[in-house]
Ligand binder design. Structure first.
Ligand SMILES: *Cc1c(COP(=O)(O)O)cnc(C)c1O
Length: 478
């Protein structure tokens, strides 16, 4: 048996082999080293426990096997991807990429200890959301602010704290579902508040709200129709009307703007998104939105509004269950700092730099990449085409953003198979299928990733034709 062990090459020898050297170029070195070690451990265990003799493959064969195993089985599902779908805030692809300085801020608090809940000068206990709340108040004009895990949490907590056991009046035209698992009526139910629907799907007037107010009413709520539009004969009560009515009855008005913007996005061709500051200025008592939608920051839900209401929300027991950790706070604080002025925001926040990339730039890149892609063995044709990108994440579904894509036709096999091969490559690339072609939309692709996109397509043929038949590559089974 000891002879058999001697036949196993060392980790360094294996790393020097062509298949593993190639993998190190594409993936990261420590991942490959860890993968080789795990494979060899499994192999040794298998040899020790086997009843019959096991033949160790030749070093070349072994290297091929390990490279294949790392690229397929040993890679976790969660991995960095290139987003060529044209949807900038793709919930499935993790919504907003963070700014470099926000990533740095996460590293700084993650590496060691931090003064998360301690007031530095006095050494006394302090609020973990303090800095973020100040920055939010400064940016939006709100009296007070806090932050929780996401906007679903912000909505649930606000309703539980301000309206538990009582009624909240909402228009039938605003009972939104976001991404399948978020449904306002269901969130309201678990919060303990009672939904009081008024009006109809397409028309709700201020008188409908007025008629529904009674002794059991706790609040009025407006919900931004983030991901749908009702067209034709429609009417919704205005924010000003809702503010006036709720003030007259001394009821809080909760404004869930969901994907609301911090600054006007008209320059990027996106109009009609509610602005957080407008809502505060108009007199909404509590404003809710997602921190990873138009803020371009980490996942979180932001609650802004009048001080006594925000305090009541923060004191509710659910607040502890929904609180954010130091990593989120560090990234959010830095993201808010970058939003202090427009130019810094555009230069440093990936979401805004992607949005502000000129159409001419995307066209040039598509035209430069197309011939390189059509030269790949797996590709029959690659054509630069005009495209429509979308903000996504439940935001502004009806407004396309001008973009360019490269439309790919596979050399053989179906377009679905081509899409699947690209998804499982290194780097993983996600495109969008349209009319039997795979579109690689450049709106959400960082220029630094253009060449990696080409390399990912080049690799497809390598993977399907360049490797020996391996059968089952799990060393515990083979
Ligand atoms: C996106 C959205 C939500 C859910 O926000 P998450 O941060 O994904 O939890 C709730 N309400 C509205 C109006 C939204 O747009």
């Amino acid at each position: 048996m000891s002879n058999v062990f001697r036949n196993i090459p060392s980790v360094n020898e294996l790393l020097d082999s062509p298949p593993l050297r190639q993998l190190v170029d594409r993936a990261n070195r420590s991942t490959v080293i860890a993968g080789v070690r795990r494979f060899l451990d499994n192999l040794r265990t298998e040899i020790q426990t086997a009843t019959a003799d096991i033949k160790v493959p030749t070093p070349g064969e072994l290297a091929e096997r390990i490279a294949h195993w790392i690229a397929t089985e040993a890679t976790p599902n969660l991995r960095p991807t290139i987003n060529a779908t044209g949807i900038l805030l793709h919930t499935g692809l993790g919504r907003a990429p963070l700014a470099e300085s926000a990533i740095q801020a996460i590293g700084d608090v993650a590496r060691g200890y931090s003064s998360l809940e301690i007031d530095v000068p006095t050494g006394e206990r302090s609020q973990r959301v303090r800095d973020v709340a100040e920055a939010l108040a400064h940016l939006t004009g709100a009296e007070a602010a806090t932050v929780v895990n996401n906007n679903a949490a912000a909505t649930m907590l606000t309703l539980a704290a301000l309206a538990g056991g009582r009624e909240v009046i909402v228009s039938r035209g605003q009972l939104v579902e976001i991404g399948g698992s978020y449904r306002l009526p269901e969130v309201m139910e678990v919060s303990g508040a009672k939904l009081r629907e008024v009006g109809t799907t397409n028309k709700t007037r201020i008188d409908d709200y007025r008629a529904a107010i009674g002794p059991n009413t706790a609040a009025l709520m407006r919900v931004h129709s983030s991901n749908f539009a009702i067209v034709g004969f429609t009417e919704q009560a205005s924010l000003a009307e809702l503010v006036a009515l709720s003030a007259r009855h001394q009821l809080p008005l909760i404004d869930d703007i969901g994907s609301g913007a911090l600054e006007d996005l008209a320059a990027y061709g996106i109009v009609g998104e509610p602005l957080v500051a407008d809502s505060i200025r108009a007199g909404a008592d509590v404003v809710l939105f997602s921190g990873d939608k138009l803020l371009g920051g980490p996942q979180c839900g932001i609650i802004l509004g009048r001080k006594p209401l925000v305090q009541k929300i923060m004191q509710h027991p659910l607040s502890r269950a929904l609180r954010v950790d130091k990593l989120t706070l560090a990234a959010l604080l830095e993201t808010l700092r970058l939003h202090q002025d427009r130019q810094t925001a555009e230069r440093s926040l990936p979401l805004l730099s992607l949005l502000s990339t000129s159409v001419a730039n995307l066209q040039q890149r598509a035209q430069r990449l197309a011939p390189q892609l059509s030269a790949c063995a797996a590709i029959k044709s690659a054509e630069p085409v005009e495209s429509q990108a979308y903000l996504g994440g439940g935001s502004v579904p009806s407004q396309g953003i001008a973009s360019w894509a490269i439309a790919l036709e596979p050399d053989r096999g179906s377009v679905d198979e081509l899409a699947a091969s690209l998804r499982s490559g290194t780097p993983a690339v996600f495109g969008r299928i349209s009319k039997d072609r795979l579109l690689l939309d450049l709106r959400a692709v960082f220029p630094r990733d253009d060449m990696r996109l080409v390399e990912a397509v080049q690799q497809i043929q390598d993977r399907t034709s360049g490797e020996p038949e391996l059968g089952d590559s799990d060393p515990n089974v083979s």
